[in-house]
Design a protein around this ligand. Structure first.
Ligand SMILES: Nc1ncnc2c1ncn2[C@@H]1O[C@H](COP(=O)(O)OP(=O)(O)OP(=O)(O)O)[C@@H](O)[C@H]1O
Ligand SMILES: [Mg+2]
Length: 266
């Protein structure tokens, strides 16, 4: 196993798309697992009240005493919020439905856009020696997602290989630009990754062509195929890399991780 881990501060990637069901959580879990397989120490921040990343990584709802809600709004120790998982090298800040009221509670805070940023820059974060922090965003351009973009070094956008996929992308890019102008001038686009890609389907190929024509280098070379093993894995509380390591889905997320690692090294 190669070891890409380093002692510098973690790279923070917000995994965002306001469209629902495009593969944000699947990408958060499996990219995290693939980075771990490359020797990285990775934190997944579940920033979605649905808590799908927490469930997908096997965190029992009863064991979510402190959650990302406390991370952004509470005054709690990072060590209380960040939990180990069954996967060595992988940690999680879990979420519950509590997070759905966070948006409203954050509005009255004058640091409302910086709450996650500040939380992830507490000195105690150094104790974990993370190489990457992946933030699984909710399907909206809400204050939670803005917090993720303000906290992040980059935004990774999963794009479902379906009709209308590119619609909405301009709105997302507009939000990125706004965040860049107001709160986080260093924010980059990590890349756009095509998900649920079906090679036999003309539409998938058309969406890919459109994306590559319009976005060029921003589109990852790796495409994530539609793969039943990927969709089965969360019900076993496993990343697909552990559920079926040789599946096409596992291979694709491993290839994506290598692209992400190559960019980090640059
Ligand atoms: N490559 C894939 N192949 C097959 N099924 C997939 C793939 N990627 C995601 N899915 C399935 O599609 C559904 C939506 O994926 P996921 O939950 O990751 O999307 P999301 O963008 O996080 O959704 P939400 O916007 O609700 O948070 C899930 O049931 C997931 O298992
Ligand atoms: Mg999700």
């Amino acid at each position: 196993m190669s070891d890409f881990s380093s002692s510098s501060s973690p790279k923070i990637i917000a995994i965002a798309n306001q469209k629902g069901g495009v593969g944000k959580t699947t990408t958060s879990i499996n990219l995290a697992a693939a980075l771990v397989k490359n020797g990285c120490r990775v934190l997944v921040v579940d920033l979605d009240p649905q808590g799908n990343a927490s469930t997908g990584l096997g965190i029992d709802p009863e064991k979510r005493n402190y959650t990302t809600y406390d991370l952004v709004l509470g005054d709690v120790d990072l060590h209380d919020v960040i939990q180990t998982t069954d996967f060595e090298g992988l940690w999680i800040s879990p979420a519950t439905v509590d997070l759905s009221s966070a948006d409203i509670e954050m509005v009255s805070n004058e640091k409302r856009s910086y709450l996650l940023h500040d939380a992830l820059r507490q000195p105690a974060i150094d104790d974990f020696h993370f190489d990457f922090i992946l933030i699984d965003c909710p399907p909206s351009l809400s204050l939670l997602t803005v917090n993720a973009m303000v906290a992040a070094d980059s935004v990774l956008v999963p794009l479902q290989s379906e009709f209308f996929a590119l619609e909405g992308l301009s709105q997302l890019m507009l939000t990125v630009r706004e965040v860049r102008q107001t709160a986080n001038s260093k924010l980059r686009i990590e890349g756009v990754v095509l998900t649920m890609y079906d090679q036999r389907n003309n539409l998938s190929r058309q969406v890919e062509q459109d994306a590559r024509d319009n976005l060029g280098e921003l589109v990852f070379q790796t495409v994530i195929p539609r793969n039943v093993r990927i969709s089965e894995a969360p019900s076993f509380a496993l990343p697909v890399l552990d559920y079926d390591p040789t599946s096409k889905g596992s291979q694709a997320y491993q290839a994506l991780a290598l692209e992400v690692l190559a960019k980090k090294g640059r």
